[in-house]
Write a protein that binds this ligand. Structure first.
Ligand SMILES: Nc1ncnc2c1ncn2[C@@H]1O[C@H](COP(=O)(O)OP(=O)(O)OP(=O)(O)O)[C@@H](O)[C@H]1O
Ligand SMILES: [Mg+2]
Length: 274
């Protein structure tokens, strides 16, 4: 594959946090703990792929996503987004990526959603034609019309996430980062969000990096998976490849007699596979 064919290339990425050790109470001598959140991770994601980033709580997924989206600076290693580097092309990269954190909205809390969208239109210099086209498509796919004139503080979590998804895609970015977009969302809204991601990927060839604890999100959307455990990359490959590797290595199936992805993931988290 040529370098142009990759949306994301990551080499030897590392991030360590230093946190105050509060053992011994407030007046104890200051001691610091080093938390190695991401330890030497390398991977590449081809353009147009939907990749699931999975791992147990605290594995380093959000830290990785924050480095890939320019929110955090890595301690070591390199990140190339569409061949560009944050240190030189930060603005150009930010125009090419959309980000949704399921637990934190980018929309202004007290003003109608449509006003936040208009703000994005001006910030990203979106043409009137693109803005209208996207608003029409997103309104239909995400039912935005029902709450476009409401502020986020009056919306349900599912409605807010859909509005966040629309905001992240208004300027036609090539890459979409989703950090737990389906957290706390009911089954019907989840279906709609998954369908939306599929349509956007199919029609716009948007590359999607999806972090989730919901195995059915991965099964519904992803062809490839990156598995992180305690800051290290354990697996980079297809879902099918993982099932085959599991069968070859463990030769064991789940209680239902099939190799279920959830069963394999449990074995990974328990440390008995990979
Ligand atoms: N800003 C921070 N300061 C200090 N430590 C942090 C910070 N952010 C994350 N960490 C630590 O880094 C490690 C990885 O955290 P991260 O949020 O990346 O995990 P995660 O895989 O996204 O987990 P989850 O599934 O619970 O969201 C954890 O041990 C966490 O406590
Ligand atoms: Mg996280």
């Amino acid at each position: 594959m040529r370098p142009d064919d990759y949306s994301i290339e990551v080499k030897n990425l590392k991030k360590t946090f230093q946190v105050r050790n509060r053992e011994g109470g407030l007046f104890a001598a200051k001691r610091y703990l080093q938390i190695e959140a991401v330890r030497d991770i390398s991977f590449s994601i081809p353009k147009g792929e939907i990749v699931g980033l999975i791992g147990s709580n605290g594995a380093g997924k959000s830290t990785t996503v924050k480095m890939l989206t320019g929110i955090l600076t890595p301690d070591q290693g390199s990140i190339r987004i569409r061949g560009m580097d944050y240190r030189k092309n930060r603005r150009d990269i930010l125009m090419q990526i959309g980000v949704v954190f399921g637990q934190r909205s980018v929309l202004c809390w007290d003003i109608p959603i449509v006003e936040s969208f208009r703000l994005f239109r001006d910030m990203y210099s979106i043409s009137e034609q693109t803005y209208r086209k996207n608003m029409d498509i997103f309104s239909e796919l995400l039912n935005l019309k029902e709450y476009l004139y409401q502020p986020p503080r009056l919306l349900s979590l599912g409605q807010r996430t859909k509005a966040d998804l629309a905001a992240a895609l208004l300027y036609d970015p090539e890459i979409l980062f989703l950090d737990e977009p389906t957290i706390g969302i009911d089954v019907l809204a989840k279906d709609r969000i998954r369908e939306f991601i599929k349509v956007i990927n199919r029609e716009r060839h948007t590359t999607v990096v999806l972090t989730t604890h919901d195995v059915s999100d991965i099964e519904a959307l992803c062809h490839k998976m990156l598995v992180i455990d305690r800051g290290s990359l354990l697996y980079d490959g297809t879902l099918q490849g993982m099932k085959e590797q599991y069968l070859a290595q463990c030769g064991e199936t789940s209680a239902t007699g099939e190799i279920e992805l959830e069963h394999i993931i449990k074995q990974i988290y328990e440390g008995s596979f990979l």
